[in-house]
Design a protein around this ligand. Sequence first.
Ligand SMILES: Cc1ncc(COP(=O)(O)O)c(C=O)c1O
Length: 400
Amino acid sequence: MGARPASTVRSKQSAPQQDQIFDSHPEVSLDFECVRQAAQQRYTRPFLIIDNAIVRAKLERFRAAMPRIRPHYAVKANPDHRVLRTLAQNGSGFEIASVAELDLLLALGVPAAEIFYSNPVKARDSIAYAAQKGVEWYVVDSVDEMRRVHEVMPDAKQYLRIATPNIGSDWPLAGKFGAGTAEIRECIAYASRHRIDLAGITFHVGSQCRNPENWRVGIEKARALFDAMVKAGLKPRMLDIGGGYPVRHVKPIPSIEVIGEVVNRALEAFPDDVRVIAEPGRFLVSDAGYFVCRVLGTATRGGKRWMHWDAGMFGGVIETTEGLKYRIRCDRSGPDVPWTVAGPTCDSVDIVMRDELLPSDLQEGDFIYIKNAGAYTTAYASQFNGFPLPEVRVIDARGD
Ligand SMILES: Cc1ncc(COP(=O)(O)O)c(C=O)c1O
């Protein structure tokens, strides 16, 4: 395929210094006054308010930072049909985990060829359904999956998910998916033996990844694997650098522009005819939304202050349970004290924050506003214990 050798990928020495990469660009968030008004006007249950104008701006910013890369939005981050439509209308492709997500996109008129099936384990009938609808690209990370996809759809274009470092990611995804060195060798040999069109490589650096070097390492590894695949008689022609692009909460983040510099340089080792895509989820929708819920009640237990919200880990506030720290606002201004924050259900796991510093005078009925929460909130929510799903209110602050 005439690729430039892997050794031309930039060296470690030219990586940006860690102290230069954080918070180097302004970030935009949904206007707080608009959120506050929305809560005052009508409140029946927790809601996410999301501004499609910001979604569009983030898509543009992603493309400007990495012009060679086509973003394929990860539907799982926020599958609201109005958000999906905005992304589709503005030229995004998509990545799906299930046929339900596929149906959402098809209903919006998204061409199946724009949709990548990036779940490394798929039921046979899901593969058959996607194939019948015209989906061309299927991820695999094992010989078992490769065989299954091939049996159901012999002409599928398969792409191999490889394990790469998730160091510095607030929501790591390593440890479940991704072929290791031995399995990669097996997969390449199997594809070659069985004339499977193993056509690409993908990896995921971990969600909310604050370490741009993870992408460099992944791209370099993919570059070396392209050579190995060519040697095995395969035709690698697609690189998918996955998701993970962070948004600002409490900890500093490298901007998309800084990540873009690292990625763009690493991509120079790939010839121009290699198609490069990415699967941003959080980056495109998080900053566009505020999640709003209410204090149900407070209590003192064992000398500690507890606060119960009407949305907890089953109602959309789940990422805090793995350590993600949101910026939380309210309408009180008392001195901050440590609170244990729980959801409304009877389940003892429904505790979303411990020792979170929030105003001491918060009380029953107060609104809680969680900033930059457009991703992985409503998408995770269930009706466990009979509590309602959060509402999703979509606005378009630029009015189109
Ligand atoms: C296969 C795949 N692609 C993309 C994403 C999106 O990741 P993020 O929202 O961190 O960009 C995920 C998230 O879990 C994923 O599993």
